[in-house]
Design a protein around this ligand. Structure first.
Ligand code: G3I
Length: 386
């Protein structure tokens, strides 16, 4: 190798080294992800294995966090007892890691739809000791799934929707509740914690805009804390099915969770445009609602993230789910069906402010380390792709 070749190689290596040292903001991140990093929160998106290339690109560049929308649900993972198919979940987790994103596991125990494996109910019913049997099945499931991704998934929605669908009580229809009572929550969280002591463990609930449901959720959470269950955070889903978010109510809810010493996130946000059809400018009204959600989160230090439930308006559960499909199209997300940013997107960016000097000092190294780790992961993924 001649001297000019050596000098050139050295220059390339030095440049590559410099790029790897840069925070993620210097790499081709979207405006939303950059604003999230500056504000010191995660902005996430739920993804499934069916995303086309355009949606994958948006999910990779505009968000700092990924939630596995369906592929980690017990019913999706385990078609038959003792059988696990991790192919979809593995692909999504690998992809998110290549994107340098934080990952939320959703969800370990959910007693509805594909949260429940088809074989579970009959298996528990046929057991001589259903309590011991279900406890053991839950512990094995947590060890298998949380353990598989230990150290890689930052958060888990360990239990999803413990409340009845409309009432502010534990769900009496739940197989877990029917068999183990409220202590199923403790079984779930202890098992998840044993499988990955580094993961932040969340209780996730829907329709918490209804005050009695929110109060019931906090009462359940407080009971768990009193019993020393390893509960670390509360997830407020944020589908806002009944109407637009109320900023004052939302912020005071986030503060109430913070006062319990727990983290809190908006975990599944979408806001139907149909709430605003009477407004002269529905898209602008929807944008204000998104600003309220992001603004409430950044106003409360314990609120560490906002995740939207889908990439764009062309692929939202609201348009296909039996109970909500009648209102389609809901157009509830930050990008339109063509993948273009909506007013809601720009409002979300604007609601994520530069942190104050004090906040910067508090966030300090942690945020910088994360930004730089994301930068390195993105550079590595770019390198592998090229
Ligand atoms: O994977 C199967 C596929 O093999 C099959 O061919 C196809 C035929 O219908 O179904 C596929 O499963 C579907 C799955 O999504 C993956 O696409 C299920 O039928 C469908 O019910 C399931 O819907 C999901 C729903 O949860 C139920 O699990 C939605 O995508 C997902 O957005 C939604 O997310 C929930 C959160 O987990 C909890 N909070 C509420 C939120 C919205 O309902």
């Amino acid at each position: 190798m001649g001297p000019s070749r050596i000098a050139k190689t050295g220059l390339v290596a030095a440049t590559a080294w410099l790029i790897l040292q840069l925070p993620a903001a210097a790499l081709p991140l979207g405006e939303l992800a950059r604003a999230a990093q500056r504000a010191g929160i995660d902005v996430g998106v739920a993804v499934d294995t069916n995303l086309n290339a355009a949606r994958q690109a948006i999910a990779a560049s505009e968000f700092t966090s990924t939630t596995v929308e369906n592929r980690l649900k017990w019913g999706s993972l385990s078609p038959a007892q003792g059988v696990y198919d991790f192919s979809g979940a593995d692909a999504l987790v690998d992809q998110a890691e290549q994107n340098g994103q934080r990952i939320r596991g959703h969800t370990l125990f959910w007693d509805r739809l594909n949260g429940m494996p088809g074989w579970l109910e009959a298996d528990v019913a046929g057991a001589t000791d259903p309590v011991a049997h279900l406890t053991q099945l839950m512990q094995t499931h947590a060890a298998t799934v949380v353990g598989r991704y230990a150290g890689r998934l930052a958060q888990w929605d360990v239990v999803n929707e413990p409340l009845a669908q409309l009432l502010p009580t534990m769900d009496p229809e739940s197989l877990f509740f029917q068999t183990l009572g409220e202590s199923y929550l403790d079984v779930a969280f202890h098992a998840a914690h044993a499988a990955d002591p580094t993961a932040q463990l969340f209780l996730n609930e829907t329709l918490t805009e209804v005050p009695t449901r929110f109060d019931a959720l906090l009462q359940i959470a407080q009971g768990m804390l009193d019993r020393a269950a390893p509960l670390h955070g509360i997830g407020l889903q944020g589908h806002f099915l009944l109407g637009p978010p109320d900023r004052t109510q939302l912020q005071s809810q986030l503060e109430a969770v913070a006062a319990m010493g727990l983290a809190v996130e908006l975990t599944e946000v979408d806001i139907s445009l149909n709430h605003f059809l009477g407004d002269p400018d529905p898209l602008a009204a929807q944008a204000r609602a998104y600003a309220d959600v992001f603004g409430a989160c950044v106003a409360v230090t314990a609120c560490t993230g906002v995740t939207v439930w889908g990439v764009d308006d062309g692929d939202t559960w609201l348009d296909t789910f039996a109970l909500t499909a009648a209102g389609a199209p809901h157009r509830p997300l930050l990008f339109d069906a063509q993948g273009l940013p909506k007013p809601a997107y720009h409002a979300a960016v604007a609601a994520l402010p530069e942190p104050s000097l004090g906040a910067l000092l508090l966030l300090g190294g942690a945020a910088l380390r994360r930004a730089s780790a994301q930068g390195r992961a993105r550079a590595e993924s770019d390198r592998q792709r090229s």
